[in-house]
Design a protein around this ligand. Structure first.
Ligand code: WT7
Length: 644
């Protein structure tokens, strides 16, 4: 095999960055030889604590029990706001660009602080206290950060639900963590389209009798239904609220937030993150991975509904006193040059986005990028799925004009922050590889029996604990143990397959469980299958991922209909709409294929692997365990003959 292309660290970057190659090697070595000393130092440098810890780490993977900075006290909102007021109160904390080009808002640290204190008091006035859960279902508006930080200020636990999720998904999440308060907006605005957020909340709450309060941010001003007593306008509440709100002193291990993500069962899991370790990890990775410098304009394009939005739009940058750009819109509205126009308008220095967005931009042709100057850009980042070398090269050559290093950052909702990544002045990059671990992180490759491998392909595990790791699945410690700690003893199992090359570089191959990655978002095949069988015409369904040029993976559904039901294009559309309505547009299957039978093992398990071969037009893999080998060959013939 030919050697992949490599990109050396630029001289200017090497001279100016916070961490150069020598510093990385020293830091990494120290982080392994003396983890407690290393993390204690990071925690002291990046976070202000009101009481020090008694112990840096208490760790027992058998239970599993992981506690960082035990005994220490802090408040996350204090760290993101109060402590910056004296030195940078008038600097912009959130630079907001609306869906409509050029409509912007700069929220200073002082203004953000004021809004957070007032909204925290409004929450308290509705009975929200330490440990209570609050659901946040908002578009990308500064009020989303206000709501998150207001929860953090009073010790409430937020659960942000992505605005693209359906009322039913919202309802499931509200019920699972027993939220009593919801924060939403009248509508969202994306690419000129109105998203009926409040109407979705109203529909969800029909089945959530314990929710007593809904705060509504006025975004579009269109008329909405209103339930007096329950619904309150955000702007009215904040205007009349007391601006004094002392931060509640929290234990390092008190929960900060729950974020639902898809797993290999039909039910999303509430990943729980705590306060001290998460914040330390968010802040240090934000500073070093992006080589963040004071005064930079930093833009992470992720929605706050995903973990990237939590760690790298809100907590990491604000803890570091940065200016974080928040973008409400989409890359193609009103034209495909929008990203680059935003970069130029705000003189963005650091851009962090996803392979799916990079590929979508690439597909529009270089001219849209070349209309802009992009001279402010210094660092480019990518996250969410493996980036194909072609898209990497395009990002480097066309967007970054070959000046800007690319950091391909591997991590997960569960890890809290970036785990495997080049640091911009440290690593010679190879397009498509997330390269090497961040200091303090010990990834290890293992085979199916858990034996450690030095090179080649296998499962990606993490051998040592790190402060940003999840602590449990909300309300289900057993599922937490089972998913992450039971497959391989004494290690965290990521669910990803990976390859380690001769230079010690990591190449992430993707999920090895029943989880798909569609446009950088996790979709559980079981969730989509349950949504399909919920339709009255469907008897059985199997969902697999197939390669897709823009989204990385697309969903292909094989559906068996109930007796007497007729396969038709109309029914296909109906099923797609049904899934969208049950889960949200991200789970909408691209292909639906009707079939009288599904390939099953003798014990009745659907063999998704074979369906995937069919959906991707490959030769069929091993079929010897099939109950009826004819089913799959028939299916393959029919699939290939289908009208597309
Ligand atoms: C899964 C986690 C972490 C924020 C966004 C997604 C895949 C993530 C990369 C990357 C290859 C990646 C993995 C991982 N993934 N980043 N740079 N290269 N794969 O968070 O929804 O929790 O998904 O996304 O498969 O397990 P998430």
């Amino acid at each position: 095999m030919s050697q992949p292309v490599r990109y050396e660290v630029g001289a200017e970057m090497a001279a100016r960055a916070h961490i150069d190659r020598a510093a990385y090697q020293a830091l990494y070595r120290r982080s392994i030889e003396d983890p407690s000393g290393f993390w204690a130092e990071q925690a002291q440098q990046f976070v202000t604590w009101s009481r020090p810890w008694a112990r840096v780490l208490d760790w027992d993977y058998q239970i599993p029990r992981i506690r960082w900075f035990e005994g220490a006290k802090l408040n996350v909102a204090y760290n993101c706001l109060d402590r910056h007021l004296a030195s940078r109160g008038d600097r912009t904390a959130i630079l907001w660009e609306a869906d409509e080009p050029g409509e912007t808002r700069a929220v200073s640290y002082r203004e953000l602080f004021d809004a957070v204190c007032r909204f925290a008091n409004a929450l308290k006035a509705r009975g929200v206290g330490k440990g209570d859960r609050v659901a946040i279902y908002l578009p990308m508006v500064p009020e989303a950060a206000v709501a998150m930080l207001a929860c953090a200020r009073i010790g409430a636990v937020h659960s942000v639900v992505f605005g693209g999720f359906s009322p039913e998904s919202l309802k499931d999440r509200i019920l699972d963590s027993d939220c009593r308060v919801v924060v939403t907006a009248d509508e969202g605005l994306r690419g000129g389209r109105h998203v009926p957020l409040k109407a979705n909340v109203d529909a969800a709450l029909l089945a959530c009798p314990r929710v007593h309060t809904v705060f509504v941010v006025r975004r579009t001003g269109r008329s909405i239904a209103w339930q007096a007593g329950r619904d309150l306008w955000y702007h009215e509440t904040v205007a009349s609220a007391d601006p004094e709100c002392p931060p509640v002193e929290m234990d390092a291990e008190d929960p900060l937030f729950i974020l639902y993500t898809s797993g290999s069962t039909g039910k999303p899991k509430g990943v729980l993150h705590t306060s001290g370790g998460y914040l330390v990890y968010a802040a240090i990775t934000h500073r070093y991975v992006f080589d963040y410098r004071d005064g930079d304009i930093y833009w992470c394009t992720a929605d706050v509904g995903w973990v990237t939005g939590h760690t790298y739009c809100v907590y990491g940058p604000l803890c570091n006193g940065a200016t974080t750009l928040m973008f409400e819109g989409i890359p193609t509205h009103p034209n495909p040059g929008r990203f680059w126009e935003v970069v130029d308008r705000h003189r963005v220095n650091i851009l962090y986005t996803a392979p799916t967005a990079i590929r979508a931009n690439m597909a529009q042709g270089d001219a849209w990028v070349q209309k802009s100057r992009r001279t402010s850009l210094r660092i480019l980042g990518t996250v969410g799925e493996p980036i194909n070398p072609e898209a990497w090269e395009w990002y480097y050559r066309v967007v970054g004009d070959r000046r800007c290093p690319i950091v391909d950052t591997w991590w997960q909702t569960e890890t809290g922050g970036i785990m495997i990544t080049p640091l911009p002045a440290v690593v010679t990059t190879k397009p498509g590889s997330a390269t090497i671990p961040y200091p303090g992180i010990v990834p290890e490759l293992v085979d199916a029996k858990g034996n450690k491998l030095e090179v080649g392909g296998g499962f990606l595990t993490i051998a040592q604990p790190w402060p940003g790791m999840l602590r449990t699945i909300f309300g289900d410690d057993e599922r937490y143990r089972e998913i992450y700690w039971s497959r391989f003893p004494d290690r965290y199992f990521t669910g990803d397959g990976a390859k380690l090359d001769e230079d010690g570089y990591w190449w992430i191959l993707g999920r090895v469980d029943d989880v798909l990655n569609v446009a950088g978002h996790r979709v559980g095949t079981m969730e989509v299958e349950s949504a399909l069988v919920d339709h009255p015409a469907v008897a059985e369904a199997a969902v697999v991922g197939r390669a897709h040029d823009l989204k990385g993976q697309a969903l292909a559904a094989f559906v068996t209909l109930k007796d007497g039901q007729n396969a038709s294009d109309g029914l296909k559309d109906d099923l797609k709409a049904h899934v969208t309505q049950k889960i949200g547009a991200i789970a909408r299957p691209d292909d639906i294929f009707f079939s009288a039978d599904l390939p099953k093992t003798r014990s009745g398990k659907i063999m998704r692997r074979l369906l995937k071969d069919i959906a991707e037009g490959r030769a069929l893999g091993d079929t010897t365990t099939l109950a009826d080998p004819n089913v799959v060959s028939r299916l393959k013939e029919m699939y290939e003959a289908r009208e597309t």
